[in-house]
Design a binder for this molecule. Structure first.
Ligand code: GCB
Length: 620
């Protein structure tokens, strides 16, 4: 056996392992809690890019991956340049002369020839960072869709699958001592049947580095993770943990301070660098949509200090009621994608996200469903600040490969990262483990495991999923066995659009719901092209959508356990499946707001309904 044979075998084993785990070749470090709130060097801005549909920068002409070869060299990540005029080596790429894309931002919306592109694009960014002694450096990407291979100064950091969760690597030992560095990313948004989500979705498969990129600097021993929340259903006890990272993390003092609440507690870490706590608190002003109170929370250990703004509230169900801070609440919601309809493309940071949530507030919402995948951490923090409750979801959507263990591992990893990112946000009240998945035994096993995983990671929030229903004429039954595992009964129903004829027929539907739990309608709706008018029976008209909302709200009011809804959807969004040349033009038009920012008639129907619900509930 030659050395190279051994190496190739090892590589094959590693690749197999990565296929089985579905996600990573090299382990990424535990996600830093509140990574954007650390001392950071932003790498946002223009990145050079190379479109590489044949993956020429990744495989040699025998389709062997360069980065798995003995030298590990040969790929675009080398960022090679001719060494001199006398030795003009053949190099068929040059990042520094290539065009640029804005990061964060999907590629599809930045260059018309990339609108439908699915495949590989390479990104490169140079930066100056001279590493200081006794510091650690973490390279952090908010999200890259879908498979990302990441290299620093020509060395591979790792591979990550999943388009909506953060990616992080400890790069302390890999930074150049000269201070001149470059990072190269191979982003590949090719769809796969065993991926999460799978090949078929009703949203655009936006590719690229879609969220913020930065390098976070911490002391050598640092606060890696923490949870500071109220104990389950107990407004008088703060409970959680602090986890230190780095050498020397055992037996360290950690101080938790919430000055405004008169709280200062010093803890000591155990052998793993972890300190858990349960401390009584008095007179905390609880967070609610009406008064989204956030406290300045400080955690310190040695030289590391992390500041956060955290709200405290309880959420629970009692029979068919949802209790927020012990009081019944009606969830006046709307569904939304992580997309700015005005670009149109993935939301590119705080301004875009604030615009979406401001629209939701104008509609009278106290709740949003962040469909169908984890949204930006900035969005979760804005929801905290603006007083919007949140349903947060993983892209277990339609027909996942239920029986593939790697697919499950991938879904569970995305759920874990979502909960890690959102666990300190008062706004998040529901973890959703999926959307419209067809009942079967393997699917029940898959999703029940996700429910258990969510509860094991966070027992303070509700767990749900958007279910499907059964129909027989006007009789609608909700009895999906997964419902037994969930805290809420949530389902999508499309009376008046996909089924049930015209809007005027909607009120004839009657629901038989098996579970005695709060009912949250996770979707209903219909398309309307803004500015297209007709009567209430004219499909695609604003009047049709308006009548659909009027009758839906009448019908849904008849469900005794109804405690909220998130109609589909706040704004029109790009969807490749939507082909009508006049009315859709590549957009799902179920938005209450059009792709040019106009409010359709149905917006005002829902706004009025929510005004009345607020009068009923918010004064209680
Ligand atoms: C659904 C899906 C959502 C679609 C919507 C529609 O049930 O959950 O992703 O976009 O219907 O418009 O068909």
């Amino acid at each position: 056996m030659t050395y190279s044979f051994l190496l190739r075998t090892l590589t094959a084993v590693l690749l197999l392992a990565s296929t089985l785990t579905g996600r990573r070749v090299l382990a990424q470090t535990t996600l830093l809690q509140n990574a954007p709130g650390r001392s950071v060097l932003s790498l946002d801005g223009r990145w050079n890019y190379i479109i590489d549909p044949y993956e020429t920068g990744f495989y040699d002409y025998r389709r062997e991956a360069f980065d798995q070869s003995p030298s590990g060299k040969g790929g675009y990540y080398d960022n090679q340049k001719p060494s001199s005029k006398q030795q003009p080596e053949l190099i068929e790429y040059d990042f520094d002369q290539a065009a640029t894309l804005q990061v964060p931002g999907d590629w599809n919306s930045q260059d018309s020839k990339l609108l439908y592109y699915e495949g590989t694009i390479w990104y490169k960014k140079s930066f100056t960072l001279a590493p200081k002694a006794n510091k650690r450096y973490f390279l952090y990407f908010g999200a890259i869709n879908y498979e990302a291979h990441i290299y620093l100064n020509g060395k591979k950091l790792g591979m990550h699958r999943g388009g909506f969760t953060p990616i992080q690597y400890d790069i302390t030992d890999k930074l150049s001592p000269t201070g001149e560095n470059f990072v190269i990313v191979k982003a590949d948004n090719t769809r796969h049947a065993d991926a999460v989500p799978t090949i078929n979705t009703d949203w655009w498969n936006y590719g690229g580095i879609t969220r913020e990129v930065f390098i976070a600097e911490t002391p050598a021993t640092f606060i890696a993770d923490y949870q500071v929340q109220l104990a389950k259903n107990d407004p008088t006890t703060l409970a959680g943990y602090v986890q230190l990272g780095g050498d020397g993390r055992a037996g360290q003092a950690v101080t938790l301070t919430i000055a405004e609440a008169g709280l200062r507690q010093t803890l000591k870490t155990d052998a793993d660098g972890r300190a858990t706590f349960r401390v009584p608190v008095k007179k905390l002003q609880l967070w609610s949509p009406q008064r989204p109170k956030l406290y300045a929370v400080s955690l310190s250990s040695g030289p590391d200090v992390v500041q956060d703004r955290i709200g405290f509230r309880t959420i629970q169900t009692r029979g068919q009621d949802i209790l927020l801070n012990g009081k019944p609440i009606f969830l006046r919601g709307i569904s939304m994608h992580d997309e700015n309809p005005l670009i149109p493309g993935r939301a590119r940071g705080e301004g875009d996200l604030r615009m979406l949530l401001t629209w939701a507030k104008e509609l009278g919402c106290n709740y949003v469903r962040l469909a169908h995948y984890p949204h930006n951490e900035i969005m979760l923090r804005l929801a905290d600040e603006m007083g919007l409750l949140v349903w947060a979801e993983v892209p277990v959507y339609w027909t996942i490969a239920w029986e593939n263990p790697a697919t499950y591992q991938n879904a569970e990893a995305q759920l874990t990262d979502l909960i890690s990112m959102g666990k300190n946000r008062a706004s998040i009240v529901v973890w959703s483990v999926g959307n419209e998945t067809p009942p079967s035994a393997p699917r029940l096993k898959f999703m029940t495991s996700l429910v258990h995983k969510a509860r094991s990671l966070d027992d303070t929030r509700l767990v749900s999923a958007a279910l499907e229903l059964r129909r027989d004429g006007y009789a609608v039954t909700v009895d999906d066995p997964l419902g037994a595992e969930l805290d809420l009964t949530s389902f999508n129903e499309y009376a008046g659009w996909y089924w049930g004829g015209k809007p005027s027929e909607i009120t004839q539907f009657k629901f038989a719901i098996k579970y005695n739990k709060p009912v949250i309608i996770s979707e209903f709706g219909g398309d309307a092209l803004a500015g297209y008018h007709g009567d209430a029976d004219t499909r695609w008209s604003e009047e049709y959508q308006e009548a659909l909302y009027v009758n839906q709200l009448k019908m849904l009011s008849g469900i005794s356990g109804l405690r909220g809804m998130t109609p589909w959807i706040l704004a029109d969004f790009r969807a490749t499946r939507r082909q009508h040349p006049v009315f859709q033009q590549g957009f799902n038009r179920k938005g209450l707001i059009s792709s040019d920012g106009k409010k359709k008639k149905a917006f005002f129907v829902l706004q009025e309904y929510y005004r009345q619900q607020a009068l009923k509930y918010d004064t209680k």
